[in-house]
Design a protein around this ligand. Sequence first.
Ligand code: IDP
Ligand code: MG
Length: 136
Amino acid sequence: MSNVEKTLSIIKPDAVERNLENEIKEMFKNNGFSIIKQKKIQIEKSEAEKFYKVHETKPFYNDLCTYLSSGPIVVIVLEKDNAVFANRKLMGDTNPKDADEGTIRKKYGISIDKNSVHGSDSVENAKIEIDFFFKE
Ligand code: IDP
Ligand code: MG
């Protein structure tokens, strides 16, 4: 049975800065994802703090929010069968050093903080994150 889902991807500042936007989008398309919405934006630190609120108690929270707001990002809504899990798999481990061959983070990630992409971690969070960036 098919189970078409949407998930939110973000191409983070380190990847946009290195002009990897098109290569990463090609990886999504080559893996069967449809890009149904996208925009290139730069967010305020206060918005990054809202977006990453689940991490507010973590020691890396402040640096993470400074970083996500440090330059342009591309926010993308991806659609595919089981898109949330499929995108997590395509992204690879949070730490590029631990990511499997062929994943986005293995290919392009620099470090655990500059790991090139974000991806929603559940269907519920995907809805919240898509609304966060695309709600009219
Ligand atoms: P995820 O992006 O793979 O879902 P999360 O645990 O949700 O990973 O963490 C959100 C982001 O916070 C990561 O993508 C990474 O950029 C950053 N991060 C996570 N753990 C660490 C850490 O231990 N040190 C520095 N940054 C971290
Ligand atoms: Mg996460």
